[in-house]
Design a protein around this ligand. Structure first.
Ligand code: G3I
Length: 353
């Protein structure tokens, strides 16, 4: 009898908690307020060119919810500069056209990144002048092609190593340590109205790296190198400490430039467990984390420095994290069928307050 009573109570409890979750998500998907309506600053998403042209649900969700677009891969050097002096503009043009026709801000990502060097450039032979010309010509050709259409660019991406020193890369090897400053000058020459950003990861964990980035940016400012903003990628997890995030964001904000949370996603499966079961509890923690990141941004970054928050692709089906970890995860605010998740509610609540 006691056992039956226990079963009954458990079943009732299960019904109440699970039906609440369902009701919550159903209500959420009926709510017509969009992220971009609720946001007091631009709210962005990075997009994949192929999905944007081939998947209507993807395109409609991007259009409905966001007012800023970043190219996830299409404007990287390995996608554009396919052979010497030969550019493939197809992916980039389709994203930039979409942003223009839907009236969204376009942020270009990224001109100089050690991980997006085409194979033929890796094999390139030439003296330092030839290397300088190659990079200068790339920066100016791409910015020139999109002049007046791309409002801002991640010029250099991840040039500071995790130990705080200048990262050793093909560019630093051939162009010397001050190449970063010259990249910003070349970019500025090509489009003096474009806003130029420095983008990196890990500032929210690694204080040494955050301070090294700050020192580099202050040095560029002191020398009147044209640089206007800094991006914190923010590929984090539900276990990430709010106070660490606040500290990293405060260090970046103290440089005095525009501040962009540029690649936000929040993982559940940090240990990459192949058999992990995603629980309601984890999804609720994710909701909380999305909300607190927005709140910290509003709290730490003064209004005039807010360039906005951009999430890194759209749904749990499209996120690069799934391909990277080859394990179950669900880092985005939309599920694999583009339905809003609790994470979406976290974002919305953070933006609304
Ligand atoms: O499009 C090809 C496809 O044709 C091919 O069949 C397939 C085979 O694997 O690869 C596809 O390209 C992949 C592409 O993602 C699209 O899925 C590339 O191999 C893969 O390298 C590429 O990864 C991207 C990665 O940067 C490297 O460029 C991720 O999508 C992208 O999210 C990631 O973004 C970076 C930011 O630029 C900088 N910050 C970190 C962030 C995550 O690594």
């Amino acid at each position: 009898m006691r056992y039956l009573f226990f079963l009954l109570i458990s079943a009732l409890f299960w019904h109440l908690t699970n039906s609440n979750v369902t009701t919550d998500n159903t209500k959420l998907n009926q709510d017509s307020t969009t992220l971009k309506q609720a946001a007091p600053f631009p709210l962005g998403v990075s997009v994949d060119a192929r999905l944007l042209t081939s998947n209507k649900q993807y395109r409609n969700t991007v259009n409905r919810e966001f007012n800023s677009i970043t190219s996830e891969n299409a404007l990287k050097m390995n996608r554009l500069l396919v052979a010497p002096n030969q550019y493939d503009w197809s992916g980039g043009d389709s994203i930039v056209d979409f942003a223009r026709t839907t009236g969204k801000r376009m942020h270009g990502h990224t001109l100089v990144w050690h991980r997006s060097v085409p194979k033929w450039v890796e094999a390139f032979q030439g003296d330092s002048i030839a290397w300088e010309n190659l990079l200068k010509s790339h920066i100016q050709t791409v910015i020139g092609h999109y002049k007046g259409q791309v409002k801002s660019w991640d010029v250099a991406n991840e040039v500071i190593d995790d130990n705080g020193s200048l990262r050793k890369s093909i560019w630093s090897a051939h162009l010397g340590p001050d190449y970063v400053a010259r990249c910003y000058q070349y970019a500025h020459e090509a489009d003096p109205k474009a806003l130029l950003f420095y983008n990196d990861y890990g500032q929210e964990i690694n204080l040494k790296k955050a301070l090294a980035i700050k020192a580099m940016l202050l040095n560029l400012r002191k020398r009147k190198i044209p640089i206007h903003g800094v991006g914190l990628q923010s590929h984090i997890s539900i276990y990430h400490s709010d106070s660490q995030y606040r500290r990293g964001l405060a260090v970046m904000t103290s440089v005095g430039l525009l501040v962009h949370i540029s690649e936000l996603d929040i993982r559940l499966n940090t240990k990459k467990i192949k058999t992990l079961t995603i629980t309601e509890n984890m999804l609720e923690e994710q909701e909380q984390k999305y909300e607190s990141i927005v709140e910290i941004y509003k709290d730490v970054v003064p209004k005039k420095q807010r360039y906005g928050i951009t999430i890194w692709n759209l749904s749990d089906k499209d996120s690069y994290q799934l391909k990277d970890c080859q394990c179950p995860d669900a880092p985005m605010p939309f599920d694999t069928t583009y339905k809003k998740k609790l994470a979406y509610k976290g974002l919305l609540d953070g933006l609304r307050q």
